[in-house]
Design a protein around this ligand. Structure first.
Ligand code: C5P
Length: 401
């Protein structure tokens, strides 16, 4: 979906600037043309020569470079792109953007553009958390500026915390989302993902081993085809993708409420591993051993079946409802029965016996069950399974109209 798009990449002056050279490479691999712009301080970290060699384009640097103005004025430069990306976006660049400054080429381009702008902040953790920076970020968000990251982790300055620039592939994801104009453009898709946690008391809960990897990959793939995605996720280990509306929940009941609140939708994909039961007699305070040696008895109540309730809606049912079936034996028979019992259009069935390494792993082998029968797919990376399911959803929904 990215091939043929044009990005104006403003590289700010921070140690993360070296990663922006990799970002150029990643974008070029995907057929994107990248015009680099370096701020004065960026040149302390990377050279215009490396930026232009990697991008295969002229690297722009100074506002009053008359040759540049003759070739392409800054107004034109700011508008010729499909998207402007600022990576790394330093605290100073963000402050300039929030304040509307235009005193160098980068800030002038950002003021003059009529295109969407995506920033990938990178700075020391104290600078990121500083109230002035947080104020600027909030103002930029309110202005509709898209923000990728920052991530939390070790910093070049030796500290730890939020402030690391998003990785190049995460920025590519955010760019795909910002440019999303594929066959699902104009479609709203709800995706549930991850496990649910059902409290026993305020500090203990019942959970399962779902990592949320397949759900996150699906949300990203649907987004890449242009869908607007509401991603309702339990406490997963895999982070949610950029460019989707994330609704974080803990319990099945909360997940149900979040899905209901996100309707209407054109399609709903239920990839979450929802707990079938919750603890009916969950304690409001931490349960204690009373010295008697007697273990507490937990009583269970059945959770609402989110998939079945949406699939069986009389009014406002999404046109396409997709469920998942994680099974350890007789996969196709169980999944086929599940499809009719729940009323979903498709069931994506997979074998989650520990020996398959699928649950928590990076690959998946699925069979799609629909009204036409069972379609077995080869074992593939979860990203690729997600892309195929997203393409199948786009084909089933057809053109918006
Ligand atoms: O019944 P089982 O849990 O095997 O069904 C799996 C499918 O149903 C998955 O798509 C899952 O997301 C969905 N489900 C649900 N709400 C539940 C239980 C399962 O949406 N309470």
């Amino acid at each position: 979906m990215l091939a043929g798009k044009r990005i104006l990449l403003i590289i700010g002056g921070g140690i993360a600037a070296y990663k922006s050279l990799d970002l150029i490479r990643r974008l070029k691999e995907r057929g994107v043309s990248v015009t680099p712009v370096l701020t004065r301080s960026a040149e302390e970290f990377v050279t215009p020569l490396s930026a232009s060699a990697l991008s295969g384009e002229k690297c722009y640097r100074h506002l009053f470079d008359l040759t540049d103005e003759a070739e392409m004025g800054h107004i034109q430069l700011s508008r010729a792109a499909d998207l402007i990306v600022v990576a790394p976006a330093t605290a100073d660049l963000l402050a300039k953007m929030a304040g509307g400054h235009a005193d160098d080429l980068a800030s002038t381009l950002l003021m003059a553009t009529d295109k969407r702008v995506l920033v990938a902040p990178a700075m020391n953790v104290r600078m990121w958390l500083h109230p002035a920076n947080q104020r600027n970020v909030a103002a930029l968000r309110a202005d509709g500026i898209l923000i990728a990251g920052p991530n939390e982790g070790d910093m070049a300055c030796g500290e730890y915390g939020p402030g690391r620039m998003a990785e190049p592939l995460e920025i590519v994801d955010a760019i795909s989302a910002a440019l999303g104009d594929g066959p699902l453009k104009g479609r709203h898709v709800i995706v549930t993902s991850g496990p649910t946690h059902e409290p026993i008391d305020p500090v203990r809960y019942i959970a399962n081993r779902s990592s949320g990897a397949q759900g996150a990959a699906l949300a990203a793939a649907l987004r890449d085809l242009g869908a607007s995605v509401t991603f309702v996720t339990g406490p997963a280990t895999v982070p949610p993708p950029q460019g989707v509306t994330v609704v974080g929940v803990e319990t099945a009941a909360e997940m149900m409420a979040a899905v209901r609140a996100a309707l209407p939708a054109d399609a709903a994909v239920f990839a979450a591993a929802v707990a079938d039961w919750r603890v009916a007699n969950a304690s409001m305070s931490k349960m204690k051993k009373d010295g008697s040696g007697k273990a507490p008895a937990l009583e269970f109540a059945e959770n609402p079946d989110i998939l079945a309730s949406v699939a069986q809606m009389k009014q406002g049912r999404p046109a396409l409802v997709v469920g998942f079936a994680a099974e350890t034996n007789d996969v196709i028979a169980h999944a086929t029965a599940k499809r009719s019992r729940k009323g979903s259009d498709w069931i994506v069935a997979n074998d989650v016996r520990p020996s398959t390494g699928i649950m928590g792993g990076t690959e998946n082998a699925v069979t799609i069950i629909d009204s036409g029968g069972a379609e077995e797919w080869p074992r593939l990376p979860k990203d690729e399974v997600a892309q195929r399911i997203a393409a199948r959803i786009a084909a089933a929904l057809g053109p918006v109209g």
